[in-house]
Design a protein around this ligand. Sequence first.
Ligand code: HEC
Length: 129
Amino acid sequence: MAWAFGMSLLASAATATPLSDYRDYDDDLMRDLERTVKFFEPDITAQNADAALEDAEVLAGGFRYTEDYFRRKPGTEDAVEISRKGGKLIAEARASIGKADFEAAAATAREATTVCKSCHDIYKPRLAR
Ligand code: HEC
């Protein structure tokens, strides 16, 4: 059954790296997102609406970027979906901040953070967080 073993090796190699070429990926933006996501919820809890809205702007831009990026790649519809979900959550958080409902905004901000991880789990397996 050596052939079967060989086939399954090939198959698992293919699923382990759905996208192996990120040379055109904007890592600087990702690092900006990482910094921003750390301030987002604390800014909201501190009821610092201006800072929180600035954070939201950066994060919304990040999710727009990942949505566009993965839309151009074949077979990554789930990453596009994940990005849209992130964008939607940021829009919701913004609306809550606008209404000074900081409690709802903080909950939404926490949920948005898990969106980063759900994409990394699939598309960045070596550095999943
Ligand atoms: C739809 C997919 C997707 C979403 C959403 C996403 N990322 Fe990423 N991220 C990636 C991929 C793919 C890489 C790996 C790029 C590479 O290997 O060059 C990456 C890399 C990173 C890195 C490492 C950059 C480096 O120095 O190499 C950080 C930090 C990061 N992301 C943070 C975030 C944060 C924070 C969020 C959410 C606000 C987020 N990402 C949302 C796909 C995503």
